[in-house]
Design a protein around this ligand. Structure first.
Ligand SMILES: [Zn+2]
Length: 241
């Protein structure tokens, strides 16, 4: 029902000569894995230019060499080690105020430097904080370290630097992990047509996708890639305004 409604709404947009801008952020890449290969093949097939939020600490040349086949892929900085330093029951957070600020800033500077050297032209100066959480103190320091954009989850709010957020997360992180129900996802997507954002961000986590997540993503990419109303854009283009 919501999938049909979503398609109808896209047709309506197209009939009005309007477009929906989309971008895809996929988190937690470190190495080359069958799941990453599946995601990359899917994006390539539908000409969708993904942004990989790469965890800097342990990544290296194998990922660089592998990505050489995919010119449309961009790489953003996903924290440093993706380790949580918050004390339960506080929510998980790497970039919170749980450690001395200089220690954290050293790490996020190192992450920027390492990924920029490794990925050169596909590197974008965007911080994607693990668990989509960052303290305002740390966020305020990002421009000094070279970051030009921050990407978290939810509608964009005013922040110390430009935001390019994700809005629809295809995974269920509560209870039984897996892909969320497609109808629920289409309902959420429709809400973003009712109250639009500048660029609608889809969030994926290739390493933990189950069949439901892959099925949704395959359908969604196929449908939107073919649709006149939809424009998939690179994060770097959206950051440039
Ligand atoms: Zn992550």
């Amino acid at each position: 029902m919501f999938e049909t409604l979503w398609r109808d709404r896209l047709d309506q947009l197209a009939a009005e000569g309007r477009t929906l801008t989309l971008w895809l952020r996929d988190d937690d890449a470190v190495d080359v894995t069958p799941a990453l290969d599946r995601l990359m093949a899917l994006c390539l097939q539908h000409s969708v230019p993904p942004t990989l939020a790469v965890i800097p600490e342990k990544t290296g040349f194998p990922l660089v060499e592998y990505l050489a086949r995919f010119p449309d892929v961009e790489v953003a900085v996903h924290g440093w080690s993706h380790q949580s330093y918050s004390k339960p029951p506080a929510k998980k957070q790497e970039l919170g105020n749980d450690r001395p600020l200089p220690v954290i800033l050293n790490e996020i500077q190192a992450g920027f430097g390492k990924l920029q050297v490794l990925h050169v032209q596909r590197f974008i100066p965007m911080m994607v904080p693990p668990w989509n959480r960052i303290s305002s103190e740390i966020a305020g320091q990002l421009p000094k370290l070279g970051y030009r954009s921050l990407s978290v989850f939810g509608r964009e709010k005013s922040f110390p630097l430009p935001l390019l957020n994700t809005h629809v997360d295809i995974m269920n992180w509560h209870g039984v992990q897996g892909g969320r129900d497609a109808e629920t996802l289409y309902k959420e997507l429709i809400a973003y047509l009712d109250q639009p954002v500048e660029a609608l961000g889809i969030l994926t986590h290739h390493l933990v996708h189950d069949d439901a997540a892959w099925d949704f993503l395959e359908n969604f990419l196929r449908m939107t890639a073919e649709h006149k109303a939809c424009q998939w854009r690179r994060a770097s283009e959206l950051m440039a305004g």
